[in-house]
Design a protein around this ligand. Sequence first.
Ligand code: HEC
Length: 237
Amino acid sequence: MRTLIFALFFGYIAAISGQVMASSEGIHLDDVEVDLSDKASLQRGAKTFVNYCLSCHQASYMRYNRMAKDLGLTDAQVKDNLMFASEKVGDTMTVAMRAEDAQKWFGVAPPDLSVISRSRGTAWLNTYLRTFFLDDTKPVGTNNLAFKDVGMPHILWKQQGYLTHDEETGHLSPASEGSLSKYDYDVMVADLVNFLAYIGEPSKIQRLELGKWVLLYLFLFFLVAYPMKKAFWRDIH
Ligand code: HEC
């Protein structure tokens, strides 16, 4: 029986890791720490998202005022820093670009990123956003290790600089310098991925906070229940 359980368990693990490998086209994915309680990181990620991604992608499940509350910001702060003048705090994070135009310009419409962290996974996103490389054969001038022949240009090139890809070794090396060091660029992307993880599952923040109270409740309940159990069973032996 025990061997059967072990076999099932390891079979399951193997199946999961097989799936992860398959979805990444065989490339190594760089994991990243997701910490939804790190409000400063989420705020920085939100800023990057709004400034560099929202012009093409939307996050149509996310409302600005909900984000304000979850990220520990006031509505006014969100209005001043994260929104375009014409929007209201109750609006969802949509784009001004029309879908038909996007289709015309990029060949493919940029997908909504509301739940991308769940469909692709955060390690994939962290890899994708750091592995754009120069490729003259592509209309946008770049290609990507995690997403072959992607229609999206290297949006954060000013920060990261451009990379070249060595076909033989598979290594990426800098071709031009960006405004950020490699370390700072990695942090910028990690914050952005953290934010994408948050919009993929905004209620997780509440669940994490609620979870603490549930554990505390269970602990207090134990303090009451255990002496009671002892008292009830004292004479029965
Ligand atoms: C100039 C428009 C544009 C901007 C700005 C832009 N993207 Fe994209 N993005 C696209 C297009 C177009 C695609 C679809 C590419 C394809 O399917 O070949 C895409 C695809 C993606 C994908 C892959 C989606 C999938 O199908 O799995 C992710 C993830 C992504 N973008 C994230 C971002 C992030 C994060 C930012 C901000 C740093 C950003 N994008 C900024 C145009 C853009």
